[in-house]
Design a protein around this ligand. Sequence first.
Ligand code: SAM
Length: 251
Amino acid sequence: MFTDESACNTYNYGDSVYWDARYIHEASAGSFDWYQRYHALRPFLRKYVPTSSRILMVGCGNAVMSEDMVKDGYEDIMNVDISCVAIEMMRRKYEHVPQLKYLQMDVRDMGFFLDDSFDSVIDKGTLDSLMCGTDAPISASQMLGEVSRLLKPGGTYMLITYGDPTVRMPHINRPVYNWKIDLYIIPRPGFQKPPGSTSSPKSHLSPVRTTDKGMLPADYVLEDPDSHYIYVCTKMGESSDPSDPRLIFDQ
Ligand SMILES: C[S@@+](CC[C@H](N)C(=O)[O-])C[C@H]1O[C@@H](n2cnc3c(N)ncnc32)[C@H](O)[C@@H]1O
């Protein structure tokens, strides 16, 4: 699912009614992480998001990503989701974990939080959901405007998505946000190269070289056609320094 915008029509991923019903239906299953689990994303998080960061997880759902981050040393994660069913379940599950907080909220209006409240905003599949809803471009711009407002200068918005640069860059690469964007591409969990494949192995830990417009070069070959994309958007401002020595992979 979610392979391109046309695939959205089957379900209304932009609708809280859809998500509430889904979380009620799947309550006995416990948890589900879309796209990737924390261990695969860890190198990117540890590179760009210090463990002492104040983090906002937008559209947390019932994923264990935040729990795994706390087990790995993260100290302060505010989780929000439009689904009151998911939020109630998660609040109960983690009531004894002080590093995790849960609030029901629409990411298109996060006025509850003051400007510059977070060092990092993490989004795994939530912008994707809005892109499947009605008025998708308006919803995306409302959400990203809120993300930009809530990020401290120098802070990072990490977007983990199925959307390649042709469908995501027009929304995130806007002068109004002034984000410096690094792109990484990782294969789906469990992806194996077809037997006999001659393509040279790619390091997923290196940012992908993009064109001036943020697109993939014409000769770029995806190892996995259904890869996931990680856009690391750094809010430029007085205190941001792209040569920051902290920006080193810690594996
Ligand atoms: C594809 S799921 C991803 C869940 C989780 N981040 C993960 O990685 O497993 C998208 C999540 O976004 C939430 N969502 C959709 N629209 C939203 C909105 N306008 N505001 C807040 N959350 C929203 C849904 O309830 C759902 O939990």
